[in-house]
Design a protein around this ligand. Structure first.
Ligand SMILES: CC(C)(COP(=O)(O)OP(=O)(O)OC[C@H]1O[C@@H](n2cnc3c(N)ncnc32)[C@H](O)[C@@H]1OP(=O)(O)O)[C@@H](O)C(=O)NCCC(=O)NCCS
Length: 171
């Protein structure tokens, strides 16, 4: 496989079944209990800002983006990010993160947040959110709350429980 054979596309409804299968393979049934999943249950993800990687027409990796807010702070939550087993460690995950960050910035979001491993996401620009600044609707390792900001001071505005942006705006 050549990196040039991988095609990156904005997500559409047609990709849904393949994405579910990839996330099942990557995270198993435990994914439904994760803190980030709880947030995603509270509202839709942003399809035009979510991306898939395809190889010979088949979806082999996916990253989704969801609008979130916490106090006066807002942004996009990145995840789940998953790459099919046979295509791991050739740079597809990193490339999907980069494309998603570019899309988020172009769309005017001030930051991107995620729950993940700092050793993987740190080189892509993510930094730990200071412990105690934010929490999530379900228990989570606070050391795994990471964010990258596009406008100065955007991360400092996050305060309290991070949830789907629609939760804060519901009557
Ligand atoms: C994590 C994941 C998305 C990475 O995708 P990928 O396309 O294989 O990653 P890349 O090719 O961009 O990068 C590979 C490198 O990241 C490293 N890496 C992978 N997962 C890592 C992690 N959790 N922490 C630190 N490094 C990690 C690999 O060891 C590899 O290192 P190398 O380049 O020195 O060999 C993929 O392994 C996956 O789908 N994992 C299961 C689901 C998951 O954990 N998703 C992330 C949730 S936060």
């Amino acid at each position: 496989m050549n990196a040039a054979d991988i095609v990156y596309l904005p997500e559409t409804v047609a990709h849904d079944a393949d994405i579910d299968q990839i996330n099942e393979e990557a995270f198993g049934p435990g994914r439904f209990t994760r803190a980030a999943y709880r947030i995603r249950e509270n509202g839709p993800h942003e399809r035009p800002l979510s991306f898939v990687a395809t190889y010979q027409g088949a979806v082999i990796a996916s990253v989704r983006m969801t609008r979130v807010s916490a106090g006066p702070g807002r942004g996009l939550m990145l995840g789940p990010l998953a790459v099919r087993h046979d295509f791991k460690s050739v740079g597809i995950g990193r490339k999907l993160v980069k494309i998603a960050l570019e899309g988020a910035e172009e769309a005017g979001f001030p930051l991107v947040f995620l729950v993940g491993d700092e050793p993987y996401y740190g080189p892509l620009g993510f930094r730990r959110i200071p412990r105690g600044q934010v929490s999530m609707p379900r228990p989570v390792d606070l050391g795994r709350l990471l964010a990258v900001e596009f406008s100065s001071g955007a991360v400092a505005k996050l305060a309290g429980i991070i949830d789907h942006e629609d939760v804060g705006t519901k009557p």
